[in-house]
Design a protein around this ligand. Sequence first.
Ligand code: FEO
Ligand code: CA
Ligand code: CA
Length: 648
Amino acid sequence: MKDDINTGLSFDDWDEARFPRAKTQDFDRVVERAISRRGFLGGVLAFGSGAAVMGTAALKGSTAMAQGATRFPFEQIAAQTDGTIHVPEGYNWQTLVRWGDPLFSDAPEFDSQTGVPLEGSDRVFGENTDGMELFDIDGREVLVVNSEYTNNEINLAGRPANNVGEQDSDPAPGTAEDVLLLQNLQGVTVMELEEGENGWSVVIDSPLNRRITHNTPMSLDGPAAGHALLQTAADPTGMESLGTFNNCGSGRTPWGTYLTCEENFNGYFGATGEMPTDEAVAAGYARYGIAAEGNGYNYHLYDTRFDVTENPNEPHRAGWIVEIDPSDAASTPVKHTALGRFKHENAAYALANDNRLVVYMGDDERGEFMYKWVSRDVYEEGGDTSTLLNEGQLYVATFSDNQTGEWVALTPEATGMEAAEIAIFTRMAGSAVGATTMDRPEWIAVNPTAAEAYCCLTNNSRRGATNDDGEVLTNAGGDVMEVNAPNPRETNDYGQIVRWRPENGDHGAVDFEWDLYVMAGNPNVHSDGPYAGTDNINAGNLFNSPDGMQIDTTGLIWIQTDGDDSNEGDFEGMGNNQMLAGDPETGEIRRFLTGPNGSEVTGLTWSSDRRTMFVGIQHPAAPFPDGEDALPRSAIVTVKRNDGNAVG
Ligand code: FEO
Ligand code: CA
Ligand code: CA
């Protein structure tokens, strides 16, 4: 996601502007105070060059690094600050598909100055590519991809400026047609791919090709389906909704369906008149950030469904995990309320030792929580999976200072909430049981080669900050964001990756041990202390704000960044956003790919034969990919080895 989305504010900053937390005053980086936390951390990690890497596994790994063992099939590349993509020697990349490219032969032509016309805008690849997964469907390679949000300045090139945010230079939707265009360019794309002599391409008119937009019919299941809080005038049953929103990270099920994750859904809603006064609804709006102004999309001005004065329950129908069957373009996507409602980043599955399905999920907002869900029933290969995601137990993570943690079950007894309320207002349920506030949980990845999982905690500029009265700031629910063991850095601009190992190697267990795989930092600028990062950060692999993450079949951890690409000050030497690979055992991290100026690198999956890697480039600046005088376009690129061998 871009820092200055259409309002000129990041999603978190926009939320805070509408629902002020205690006013911050102290953003000083009190390095001394943070260093003194080494004692508190009890050896969990140490900072700065020459210090031991954290955790027992990583300590072992340091030895392996010293012995020169490596599992990397490539040499690290340098940081870059230019307008294109770089990959290591022995690899090559190609553009596969760009925003506005056709999926069907009757799709409109993309105009390099004005973008996509309204007519047929639901027949092209959407904007702002994000999470993606590839499926082998009867020998066809089918890629399913999220389009997270829209950049008004390019989708609405030439429209009048908006006055919603701090900037007034961006155009805003000013008609129902503008709104429909934006609705058509977000959601999910399903497209068949084929590989020919000149590389990969989209199979135009494949019967599997599909666009799922902000208006596609969906059904709801699980404990909240049909609840009064989900009922609207258009859908008095509370069982059917339209559209999936702000589709950020992704996931898949073992039975070959796609999971799309609704993240910053709140910004699409606004009010033309009174805001709802119902106590539960208003409390939910405050916790989830639904405000009268909306976040620059202006849907509520031209599409009544998004006007909460008229439809106060419509926002409750977004913020879910949505399952899509890519093998049937006529299938109805399902919103699974059992998995909770929050700003979902991604959904990473594992199987418990008894074959129940486990889904790990993060809630990406400052000070929000990490969750997992465990199905009631077991998964059987080839068995009926149609109701497996309907019933199960949602848990929230609590981390202790001694490197242990517990998944706390969000039950009616523990939370004082009914099952449907826990599903709809999951954040409040997490607060009720004392969940650990985290530094914006982004992607979670499960290691297929070891019983462990990882979560990118991208950054949290408010961590440990205080207000005028010296009180530590809170999340939107009033949970304090003091420095804690897995989030040990005040004013955390760089981010870290937490790793956990479930008890007995069973992802169904409630107890776990944890450590920090890496704390990003800049030892060039900060010679010691927490801002130098952990020992596996060095001058050669600097990065900030880990976000996307996948672990390949060999156990390599692929880390994508969405951070400050100014290459100045605290970020000097980090260059553009990038993709790195990490060794889970040694802790070594190497830079693999650099994105073009302005872009976030997000979304990663592989072809069935593992010889091609698909990498997403979101919101680049011109000249990527069509030149300096053309609109910049989010795109998916393929990365291959020159020798044709597997890439993960
Ligand atoms: Fe859409 Fe949290 O990234
Ligand atoms: Ca992300
Ligand atoms: Ca991010």
